[in-house]
Structure formats: structure tokens, C-alpha cells
Write a protein that binds this ligand. Structure first.
Ligand code: GLA
Length: 658
């Protein structure tokens, strides 16, 4: 199977989405000149080119793309070639309105933007396959081609009749019989029993709370239906070019695609990362997305898109101050990225994204943005050979799975304030602030390589995943588990006792009597810290130590944090500093060490291969003490005993050769 290494060949890929069809051809010459200037070695072409290539049904306009690929190749720039199937041309919607998605209440989603296709539509799929076939046949042998990029951020949803029929087929292969489906969905409740398959619909707009198991299955189905679109195109390009790796770019922490399952279908895992420059927690968020994507890839991965500066889809869109683009870019490399690409190369003058930043901004080649891009390109060239294809070691894994996420978003739950991604981020932050590198792992995965495993919030845990946790602790692993975990089985059916009995045995809990979610801004006193968001009325079975008890209120004296051997249960969300301390304590007991001791606040240290990356997320300079002498690859100087990092400063340190 081809891998990212086949495309990078010992370099870091650097470049971005290139949309030359938006520009007169004389601009292309300027583009390649500037690409060379900036050290760009990769462009992603074709993402939104469907209407340019196929202006009317069945037409093929490839000449411009021939010229473009030849031009960039002549300038030493490789091409990540996209199948342009995420934005069908207007003729498709006009000619085949059944290809357009319908919302939950039956309204048609029109063309005029992008992503306006129903993933179950055979007509859409037929046109997409035909175009992919012709694209692969024409460019499979082109020397510029390095990676296939299928579609773009698969995220459309549809509730139409075609989708309903497809959903029924998916359900019948999952459950085989209607009795099994009725049982899994609990349709005895509210008179929802299905008597024929034809009665089953996607969860459309309804009077009141919809069946949560039906909603869960529809989310599973939608992820799978989109994946069928992906694999159909992937199989076509792979037939033409078995040696060229294939990817599709994920949206990060996106509920619509089970990224673990999708990653198994990719040669290269890529993601689009857009942390908010205004968010003080954005550095950690970027680290988390990197850790997640690296784990899904099982090695090096691609930043397929990021922004040099501002995006245009937040309420207020803030640019990146000088240095932040470089900091977050090198942070992604530190955490395993072997490709750093942007949306997009040249800032569009028209269309929906004319206020979105780009590598060549409206300010042009003399603008601050392009100067920074050039600096990043030059630095990647300096470190590429040493860093590319190397490993980021981690002794901790955070469990994260889509079934649990989907189950946590259902209507009619104990607290709508509980946000699965926010909990993941809170727990990851606890490790990040302690300088501990972590992987993510899929529930049910083999955990034996890790000294410590965190489960921030897996409300749904199937039997197999539950067994892996039990086996992990039996094998001596340290497990720290957050509230409301193991509450539901694979069908989202509540486990008797308020938590899976095997997990209760692990943590020394006899019964979960009640869940006591907390209002916003309300905290609950615990020994040594305050809990937020949630609390639980637990009856311990006497086999566990109470690490901290609730103090005051209804739960006074009951355990908030339990520990039985190497298994910890945390029944609230401790405030950030307390969560950091708790995870730090469990990590120390498990023998997990930070990458570097005594780091100043806001400084991140990550090891990748033989290199140590130091990243200052603060705006003031800091001095970082180092054990011994190191060589800074970026400055070409030796650092003996310490290194100074300026505002958003980065050092990439290697051993000093004897
Ligand atoms: C996504 C898309 C791009 C662009 C950017 C803007 O990542 O894939 O085409 O719209 O968002 O941030």
C-alpha cells in the first residue's frame, strides 16, 4: 500500500489549495514564481473544478488542467489532485433535482453554494464516478501527481426518499430482521413498533423527542453512506494508479464522520485545522487535533488545510498576529505532520471566501503574510530531512469514539450543557499543560502499549470495548475514567445499575443512584477542589479508596473521585487546575514522565524522532532550561544548558554531534 512517504520522499510537503480556474492564465506564471520563492513543493488542485472541467453533462475540458499541471511540474511543484466531486455544477441540480439534499423537514437544499448532493443519489454517484474515471485516466501517469485527494470535507446530510431507501438497506444488513431492529430501537416505547421495512424513515422532523436509537443509527448510516461515495472514487483512482496514495480531508473533531473507520480506508490521513487565533486555548486545541489525526493515521499525517491568518466563517474573524502561523505550523510538524498545506494559495477576489486569508493575500508578495510563509517554507526545508517520517512517542492514550459522541448528543438527556468535544479538550488540556504527550485511541483498541489510558466521557461503550478496559487494568495499566461512562450499551440501552457492572467492579462502585448534573456557573465542593458540570450519587462497594469526597449539599460525604488499584473514577469535571493535578498524580503513579521537567507556563515540549521541539505559546520571551547541549536546527546555533524563546518562538533541537 502506498503511504505518505511515497509523496514526501524525505521532505515536508508545503503548499496549499490552488484554484487557478479563478485566475487568468497570466497570473499562473506569477504563481509559480512565488511558489518557488516560498519553498512551495505541493499544490492541491481541482477541489472545486467540476463546472470548469464538465461545463455541461458529459463534456470534458481538460486542456487548461494539462497546461497547469505541466507548468507546476516544470517548476518542481508536485500536485495533490482532487476529484472535484464536492460541488456539482448547477446543471446537475437543474437537470436532476433528485441529487439535491433534503433537510429533516423536507426542504430542498439548493445549488449556489457547495456540498449540495445527496450521498445516496445514484445519479450523483454515476456522474462523480465517470468524472473520476476520466481524471484518473488522464493524469494517472502525470509526473506531478503525488497524492489523490477525494472530494472535500465530506459533510453533506440528507433525509430524502432515496436516503430513506438506502437507510433501510443499511438497517436490514445490520439487523437482518425487523424484530431485531424493533428490539435495538426500543420501539415498544411510545408505540413506535415497525411492522414492515417500508415504514422506516430517516429521523425526520417530528412533534417531540425522536427515537434516540434511530437517530444513532442514522448517524452511523450517514457516515457509512458518505464513505461509500469516498471508497467508490478511491477504488477508481487506485485501479489506475495503485502506487499513488489516496486521502480525503477530514474536518477536525467533526461529528459527521467516524474518522477511525474512515482512516482505515485511506493511505494517508489528512485534516483541515482552523483554531481561533482569539481563543487563549487554541494552542492546546491545535495540539489535540494533531494528536488525534496522528493516532488515526498511525504515523505521519497531512495538514491539508490551515489558514495563514483569518477565516471568514466565525462571528468575528480575527487574523493571526505575527508569528502565530509559524508557531502552529511547527507545532503540527512536532506532533507528526509531514505536510503543511493551506487553504488557499492565492486569496480569491470574488466568491464566498474573498475575506478568507491565503498564502498570497490581497496584500501580495510584499505583504506580511507572504513574508511569513516564505520563512516557514525555508525552515521546513531546513528540518524536513531530519523530521519527515519519524515517530512521536506517547505513553498515554485518550479514548475517543464516535458512537459515544453520537449517543451523548441525543435529545432528552440529563444535561444539554455536557459537550463531548469540550470534555475531550478539557482532559487533553490537563495532560498538555503537564507536558505529557498523548495519543488518542478508539474504544476497543489494544491498549497494552500505554502506561495510562484516559476516558474523558464514553457514555456508550459496547461489550468488547468494556472488556478491553477491564483487561487493561488487570494487566496493570492505569485507567482514569470520567463521569457518565459505560452507561449505555451498543444500542444506547441503559445498563442496569447506572453503569456497566464490569466497570463498577473495576472502580469499586456498587450502584449509581442518581446523576446530578450542575447548572452553568454552579460548582460543587469536593475535597481539595471544585467540581463543575456534573456530579453523581455513588454508592461505593467498600473496595476502593475515596480520593476526594463531595462536601456540602445533597452528596455530602459521598465519593467524588474513587480509586481502586490503578483504576480511577472521576464523577465530576474538576476545574482545570484540579483536573491537571489529578491527571498529573495518576500519571506519576503510572510512571509517565513529562517530555521536559520544569517548563515555564505556556511552553510546549514535544519529541519527534531524535528532535526536541520547544514552542512558546506566550507573547513574552521565556528562558527554557535544557539538560545538556543541543543544536538548534532553525538558527544553526548551539544551545548549552538553556534556550531563549521569543514571542511565539520555536526551537527545534537535535543532539550535538560529537
Ligand atoms: C474548508 C474547506 C475549504 C475552505 C476552508 C475555509 O476547510 O475545505 O474549501 O472553505 O474551509 O476555512
Amino acid at each position: 500500500m502506498p503511504s505518505l512517504h511515497d509523496a514526501t520522499r524525505g521532505r515536508i510537503l508545503f503548499g496549499g489549495d490552488y484554484n487557478p480556474e479563478q485566475w487568468p492564465e497570466e497570473v499562473w506564471a506569477d504563481d509559480v514564481r512565488l511558489m518557488k520563492d516560498a519553498g512551495v513543493n505541493s499544490v492541491t488542485v481541482g477541489v472545486f473544478s467540476w463546472a470548469t472541467i464538465e461545463p455541461r453533462p458529459g463534456a470534458r475540458e481538460f486542456d487548461w488542467l494539462d497546461r497547469l499541471l505541466d507548468l507546476v511540474h516544470a517548476h518542481g511543484v508536485g500536485v495533490v489532485l482532487a476529484t472535484p466531486t464536492s460541488s456539482p455544477p448547477p446543471w446537475m441540480g437543474a437537470l436532476h433535482p433528485e441529487t439535491l439534499p433534503r433537510t429533516e423537514d423536507g426542504s430542498v437544499v439548493s445549488y449556489g453554494s457547495r456540498q449540495h448532493f445527496c450521498p445516496s443519489s445514484p445519479v450523483y454517484r454515476r456522474y462523480a464516478a465517470a468524472l473520476t474515471e476520466d481524471l484518473a485516466a488522464r493524469y494517472g501517469d502525470h509526473p506531478a501527481l503525488t497524492v489523490w485527494h477525494i472530494n472535500n470535507e465530506y459533510c453533506t446530510h440528507c433525509w430524502c426518499d432515496e436516503t430513506a431507501a438506502h437507510f433501510r438497506r443499511w438497517l436490514s444488513s445490520r439487523y437482518t430482521t425487523l424484530d431485531r431492529l424493533n428490539d435495538a430501537w426500543g420501539t415498544a416505547f411510545w408505540s413506535q413498533r415497525y411492522d414492515t421495512w417500508a415504514e422506516i424513515l430517516p429521523p425526520r422532523r417530528a412533534q417531540y423527542i425522536r427515537n434516540p436509537a434511530q437517530e444513532l443509527d442514522f448517524k452511523r448510516f450517514t457516515s457509512d453512506a458518505l464513505m461509500e461515495c469516498y471508497t467508490a472514487e478511491r477504488d477508481i483512482v487506485t485501479r489506475h494508479t495503485p502506487h499513488i496514495p489516496v486521502t480525503t480531508n477530514f474536518m477536525p473533531l467533526w461529528p459527521g464522520q467516524d474518522a477511525w473507520a474512515w482512516a482505515e480506508q485511506e493511505d494517508v490521513v489528512s485534516v483541515d485545522v482552523y483554531p481561533d487565533p482569539k481563543d487563549p486555548g487554541a494552542g492546546q486545541y491545535n495540539a489535540m487535533l494533531a494528536d488525534m489525526t496522528r493516532s488515526q493515521a498511525g504515523g505521519p499525517w497531512m495538514v491539508m488545510e490551515q489558514a495563514t491568518g483569518t477565516v471568514n466563517w466565525r462571528t468575528v474573524n480575527h487574523p493571526k498576529p505575527t508569528g502565530l502561523n509559524r508557531l502552529w505550523s511547527l507545532q503540527s510538524v512536532a506532533r507528526g505532520a509531514d505536510a503543511l498545506c493551506y487553504f488557499q494559495w492565492r486569496q480569491s477576489r470574488q466568491g464566498a471566501e474573498k475575506f478568507h486569508s491565503a498564502m498570497v493575500s490581497h496584500a501580495g508578495e510584499h505583504g506580511r503574510t507572504f513574508r511569513e510563509v516564505k520563512r516557514i517554507g525555508a525552515e521546513l526545508a531546513l528540518i524536513g530531512a531530519e523530521v519527515s517520517d519519524t515517530v512521536v512517542p506517547a505513553e498515554v492514550a485518550v479514548l475517543h469514539g464516535w458512537d459515544a459522541w453520537w449517543s451523548s448528543t441525543q435529545e432528552g438527556r440529563p444535561s444539554s450543557l455536557v459537550s463531548y468535544p469540550e470534555l475531550l479538550q478539557a482532559w487533553h488540556r490537563g495532560l498538555w499543560e503537564s507536558g505529557i504527550t498523548t495519543d488518542f485511541a478508539r474504544p476497543g483498541a489494544d491498549l497494552s502499549a500505554y502506561r495510562m489510558v484516559l476516558v474523558p466521557h464514553l457514555q456508550l461503550l459496547d461489550d468488547a470495548a468494556t472488556e478491553t478496559l477491564v483487561a487493561y487494568v488487570r494487566g496493570g495499566g492505569t485507567l482514569v475514567c470520567g463521569f457518565f461512562t459505560g452507561v449505555a450499551d451498543v444500542d444506547d440501552r441503559i445498563r442496569p445499575g447506572g453503569m456497566d457492572s464490569r466497570l463498577r467492579g473495576l472502580f469499586g462502585i456498587r450502584t449509581v443512584h442518581e446523576w446530578w448534573p450542575l447548572d452553568a456557573d454552579v460548582t460543587v465542593e469536593c475535597d481539595g477542589f471544585r467540581g463543575t458540570l456534573w456530579s453523581e450519587e455513588l454508592e461505593p462497594d467498600g473496595s476502593a479508596e475515596t480520593v476526594a469526597a463531595y462536601r456540602g449539599g445533597e452528596l455530602d460525604g459521598l465519593p467524588a473521585v474513587l480509586r481502586k488499584g490503578t483504576a480511577w473514577y472521576v464523577s465530576t469535571l474538576p476545574e482545570p487546575e484540579a483536573l491537571r493535578a489529578l491527571l498529573g498524580r495518576a500519571a506519576a503513579d503510572a510512571g509517565v514522565r513529562p517530555v521536559l521537567e520544569g517548563l515555564p507556563a505556556g511552553v510546549e515540549a514535544v519529541r519527534r524522532g531524535g528532535l526536541l521541539f520547544l514552542l512558546n505559546h506566550g507573547r513574552s520571551p521565556v528562558e527554557v532550561k535544557l539538560p545538556g547541549r543541543r543544536f538548534d536546527l532553525l538558527t544553526g546555533t548551539e544551545a548549552d544548558g538553556g534556550v531563549e524563546l521569543g514571542r511565539y518562538g520555536v526551537a527545534v533541537l537535535g543532539e550535538v554531534s560529537p
